[in-house]
Design a protein around this ligand. Structure first.
Ligand SMILES: [Zn+2]
Length: 489
């Protein structure tokens, strides 16, 4: 039985979708004014696995993730300039060129991370009439008011306001200067529609004059448009709980009178060497820089290694990026990849025959443990632990020298394909089959030959260095009567 941690109410709950067998998932997508960074990777890899696991369980999932190309202001609330608009001015191009360029960049990075594309990726600018319609409904129902071309949501008209973050209106008042209130009735009132100043690039006609939608509005509108008034799962980063998600709840529930979301799921943030990541701190890591080995990481990270690394921690835990941690992840993933390669190669010439009980039991038990971990609020860290233990056991079987029949290898290979591949997305068709696998073998042979010569010349210290370095790469060397033998650990 799948249990999920619901941020609304802050407890672990049994997962029951609104309609049997089908699940509607909405996750807040990127604001497309720059290249994606490692924080995006954590969020979208996490939700990718959540959706993959729901599908593995047999649910028919519709996964919607928006692209924010208008309305996200530089202060993340009601003030400042549009982030996409600012970038357009800096680059001297149209806002839609900025949005298009970084939307493509985002998908390039996600494809590299083996994140499956959501079923629908609606753009905010493509849904302006629907947003205007929701504002009209809120005005008609007395939950909003207009002041000179701006429309605000009246938080005092919605008694549940702040129920997700757990903030009361009084708490929200604290720290707000009286003059900051401006034309709002309550300082926590937020913009549904904003009047466009002269210099504002993106603007649309509306019943309240020329303007543009508030940032929170698009998520309510597009999620309900493609899923319905009640979503099963709404995901996003922890930093969006307040005000973004509290505002989405207020707008949607005030308009429809129905519960907006059954389960709110929030992923935690990333840090770099124990510090918060920020452009001003000089430790901001974009995915393109990380993959290419550019500063600040200065070590190229294979996208699949990043994906594996992200999944070694729970989505609700913070994740600390460091070169050491990524190197550790690389070795661990390589061990799995090497074993998958061994299994796939063994399958090619495997004799027919039934799987021995030992193998059947190993696969069944691993499958069950994997499910137990994932049923516990998508605990990918535990699931990866199961995969690692399974890999050790498979290597032990393969090392034992007994030739495994086809059925046994198929059961083992099936476990890797389905759980490591379909669910975690860290194993693909290519895993263990790359030409690199053979080159690696030849390189190891060459190094061992050099080592033998060094030993013949009594250069034991250098010879040992070669063995130690190979050991560090997960390659075990043993000297036998026939010369050195090696294997991946
Ligand atoms: Zn959103």
């Amino acid at each position: 039985m799948l249990k999920v941690y619901n941020s609304l109410g802050r407890k672990l709950q049994e997962f029951e979708p609104l309609h049997e067998n089908s699940v509607g998932v909405y996750v807040c997508g990127p604001t497309v004014y720059g290249h994606s960074h490692i924080g995006h990777a954590k969020s979208y890899v996490s939700f990718d696995v959540i959706v993959r696991y729901l599908r593995y369980l047999g649910y028919n999932v519709r996964y919607v993730q928006n692209i924010t190309d208008v309305g996200h202001l530089t202060d993340d609330a009601d003030e400042g300039e549009d982030k996409v608009g600012v970038k357009a001015r800096q680059m001297g191009v149209q806002p839609m060129e900025v949005a298009e360029r970084y939307t493509r960049s985002y998908f390039e990075d996600m494809d590299a991370l083996n994140v499956r594309r959501p079923d629908i990726c609606p753009r905010a600018t493509g849904h302006i009439p629907q947003q205007i319609k929701l504002v009209k409904t809120l005005l008609e129902k007395g939950h909003a008011y207009e002041v000179e071309g701006n429309v605000y949501f009246d938080v005092e008209s919605f008694p549940d306001y702040g129920k997700l973050s757990g903030r009361s209106l009084d708490e929200m008042m604290e720290g707000v200067r009286v003059e900051a209130r401006g034309e709002k009735r309550h300082p926590a009132d937020f913009a549904l529609w904003k009047k466009a100043d002269e210099g504002h690039l993106m603007r649309w006609d509306s019943p309240w004059g020329i303007g543009f939608p508030g940032w929170h509005l698009e998520c309510s509108v597009m999620s309900m448009e493609y899923i319905g008034p009640t979503l099963d799962i709404h995901g996003g980063g922890l930093e969006n709980v307040f005000p973004h998600h509290d505002d989405e709840i207020a707008q949607s529930e005030a308009a429809t009178g129905e519960p907006f979301v059954r389960y709110w799921l929030h992923n935690n943030m990333v840090t770099v060497n124990g510090q918060k990541m920020g452009k001003s701190l000089g430790n901001f890591i974009t995915l393109k820089d990380a993959f290419a080995g550019l500063p600040p990481l200065e070590r190229s990270v294979r996208p699949m290694v990043m994906r594996y690394f992200i999944l070694t921690s729970h989505y609700r835990s913070p994740l600390d990026f460091s070169v050491e941690a990524l190197e550790g992840a690389e070795k661990a993933l390589q061990r799995i990849e090497n074993t998958v390669g061994r299994v796939r190669r063994a399958l090619e010439g495997a004799p027919a025959g039934e799987a021995p009980d030992e193998v059947t039991r190993l696969v069944d038990e691993a499958r069950e443990s994997f499910g137990t971990e994932m049923d516990n609020d998508f605990n990918t860290a535990g699931a990866i632990g199961v995969l690692n233990t399974f890999t050790r056991d498979v290597n032990r079987l393969l090392d034992a020298g007994e030739v495994l029949p086809r059925e046994a290898l198929e059961a083992v290979g099936g476990f890797y394909d389905e759980l490591g591949g379909d669910v975690l997305g860290i194993i693909t068709e290519e895993t263990g089959r790359q030409a690199g696998g053979e080159v690696t073998g030849e390189l190891v042979e060459t190094l061992l030959e050099v080592r033998s010569r060094l030993r013949e010349a009594s250069q034991y210290e250098l010879a040992d260095t070669i063995r130690d370095r190979l050991e560090e790469l997960g390659i075990e060397v043993q000297d036998g009567p026939e010369g050195p033998e090696w294997r991946f650990r």
